[in-house]
Design a protein around this ligand. Structure first.
Ligand SMILES: Cc1cc2nc3c(=O)[nH]c(=O)nc-3n(C[C@H](O)[C@H](O)[C@H](O)COP(=O)(O)OP(=O)(O)OC[C@H]3O[C@@H](n4cnc5c(N)ncnc54)[C@H](O)[C@@H]3O)c2cc1C
Length: 398
C-alpha cells in the first residue's frame, strides 16, 4: 500500500482537509495526527461558535472569499448531518460619531462581499435587542451560530468511515526526508508519509520549521478572555451583538454571543498570551515568551501598540474594566451578572515588519503544504480551506 498523506492537527482546518481529500481522492489514505487526547481542544473548541457572514474582510482576499464559500458549505454540511446551528443574524452597533462613520464603511464593504446587511433604525434595534443602546446599527442577516466541536466529530467520523485514520494522542516531534517520502517522528513512533499538510494552528510555524521551511513569520498567541452571563441576565442579549471593530486590529472587540446551548458569552478581548497554550491569565512558558519577545516583528508591533496591550491586559485582570467595555453596548449589565468562562487563544501570524498578517497564509513547498495563518474566520471557512488544500495536494500528486 502507498504511503498516506499525513495531516498534522485535529482542529477544523486539519479535519476539513482530511475530509476533502477522502472525497476528492478516495484512492489515497489520509492519516491525521493530533497531539491531544481529543479533537478540537484548542482554537476550534474554544472559539465563539459564530458562523461569520464575511462582512469584515478585504474584498477579494482569501478571508473574504473563503468565508462566504465556507459558510455555504458549512450550512449544507450541518443540515445534511443534523448538527445544531442557527442563522440568527447579528447587529453591529456604533455608540459614538467616529464609530457611526466607520459603520457606514462596513456596510459598503459587506455589500461588496455579497453579504446580506442593512442599516436599521433605533426602533428596529430596540425591537430586536431591547437592552442595547446605540447611535446607529447594522443588521447582518447571514451570521449564525454552530457547535464547532460537533462539526469536527462528524468530520472525523466521515474520514474514518472512508478508510482513513484520525490518531489522537500523537504529537509530531521531527520530520526527516527519505527517498521521496517523509518520516514523521512522533511520541508514538514514526509515520511514513508521501505528502505533509500542516494544520497545527498555534504551532504551525514550528511545524513548518521542523519540515525545513522558513514561514517568514512568527505565530504570536493572543488570549481572549470570556465571561458568561448568569441565567437571569441572558435576557440582555437575544442573538449576537457586536461593536464596530477598530480597523488597526484583526480582532472584533468584546461582543455578546448566544451559544447553541442557550448560554450567552461576552468577549473575547485580545491580549498577548505568555504561553501558546496558556489559557490562564498568568500561565507562562518561558521559551514561548522569550521567542515572542526576541522576535523583531513583535518588537516593532509592540512599540506601536503598547498602550493597547496594557489596556487589554488590564481588562483581562479587572472585571470592572471588562464590564465597562460591555456596558458601552448594554448599559444594564452589572458586575454580578458575569461568570468567568474558559478563555481561547488565537494563533495570529506576525510578519518581520511588525504587521499582523491580515489574510490566511498557506505556504507550499515540495511535498508539503503549511497553513501558517488561519485565524478567524477560519472556523467558518474551514470546509472551503480544506477543499482548496485538497485541490492543491491532488494537483501535486498527479
Ligand atoms: C477566542 C477565539 C474566538 C474565535 N471565534 C471564532 C468564531 O466565532 N468564528 C470563526 O469562524 N472563527 C473563530 N475563531 C477562529 C477559529 O477558531 C480558528 O481560526 C480555527 O479554529 C483554526 O482552526 P485550526 O484547525 O487551524 O486550529 P486549531 O483548532 O487550533 O487546531 C490545531 C490543532 O493542531 C494540533 N497540533 C499542534 N501541534 C501539533 C503537533 N506537533 N502534533 C500534533 N498535533 C498538533 C493542536 O493540538 C490542535 O488541535 C476564534 C478563535 C479564537 C481563539
Amino acid at each position: 500500500m502507498r504511503d498516506p498523506i499525513v495531516v498534522i492537527g485535529g482542529g477544523i482546518v486539519g479535519l476539513s482537509t482530511a475530509f476533502a481529500l477522502t472525497r476528492l481522492r478516495p484512492d489515497v489514505r489520509v492519516v491525521v495526527l493530533e497531539k491531544e487526547a481529543g479533537l478540537a481542544r484548542h482554537q476550534t473548541g474554544r472559539n465563539s461558535g459564530v458562523i461569520h457572514s464575511g462582512i469584515y474582510y478585504t474584498p477579494g482576499s482569501l478571508k473574504a472569499r473563503m468565508c462566504r464559500a465556507g459558510r455555504e458549505a458549512l450550512l449544507a454540511f450541518c443540515s445534511e448531518h443534523r448538527i445544531h446551528h442557527e442563522i440568527c443574524g447579528k447587529v453591529i452597533v456604533a455608540v459614538d460619531e467616529d464609530e457611526t462613520s466607520r459603520l457606514e464603511g462596513l456596510l459598503l464593504r459587506g455589500r461588496e462581499n455579497g453579504v446580506s446587511c442593512r442599516g436599521i433604525s433605533r426602533e428596529e434595534l430596540a425591537e430586536r435587542e431591547p437592552h442595547v443602546v446605540a447611535r446607529a446599527a447594522l443588521r447582518v442577516d447571514d451570521t449564525g451560530i454552530v457547535d464547532y466541536p460537533a462539526v469536527c466529530a462528524r468530520l472525523a467520523g466521515l474520514v474514518t468511515e472512508a478508510g482513513s485514520e484520525v490518531r489522537t494522542g500523537t504529537r509530531l516531534l521531527a520530520v526527516r526526508q527519505e527517498k521521496g517520502a517523509r518520516i514523521l517522528e512522533t511520541d508514538r513512533g514514526a509515520v511514513r508519509g508521501r505528502f505533509l499538510v500542516n494544520c497545527a494552528g498555534l504551532y504551525s510555524d514550528r511545524v513548518a520549521r521542523l519540515d525545513g521551511v522558513d514561514p517568514g513569520l512568527l505565530i504570536v498567541p493572543f488570549r481572549g478572555h470570556y465571561y458568561e452571563l448568569v441565567e437571569p441576565a441572558r435576557r440582555y442579549c437575544r442573538h449576537l451583538v457586536y461593536p464596530v471593530p477598530v480597523p488597526a486590529y484583526p480582532f472584533l472587540g468584546v461582543h455578546f454571543t448566544r451559544r447553541t446551548d442557550g448560554r450567552v458569552e461576552c468577549g473575547p478581548n485580545a491580549m498577548l498570551a505568555f504561553a501558546r497554550e496558556g489559557y490562564g491569565l498568568w500561565d507562562v512558558d518561558a521559551s514561548d515568551l522569550s521567542e515572542t519577545l526576541r522576535y523583531p516583528g513583535f518588537r516593532r508591533l509592540a512599540s506601536g501598540h503598547w498602550r493597547m496591550g496594557v489596556t487589554e491586559f488590564a481588562r483581562s485582570a479587572s472585571r470592572r474594566r471588562y464590564l465597562a467595555a460591555l456596558q458601552r453596548l448594554v448599559p444594564d449589565i452589572r458586575a454580578d451578572d458575569l461568570l468567568h468562562a474558559p478563555s481561547g487563544i488565537r494563533a495570529q501570524a506576525v510578519l518581520p515588519d511588525g504587521t499582523l498578517a491580515d489574510d490566511f497564509v498557506i505556504r507550499r513547498s515540495r511535498g508539503a503544504l503549511h497553513v501558517c495563518n488561519a485565524p478567524s474566520p477560519a472556523a467558518t471557512a474551514g470546509l472551503e480551506i480544506g477543499r482548496y488544500i485538497a485541490d492543491q495536494v491532488a494537483s501535486e500528486l498527479d
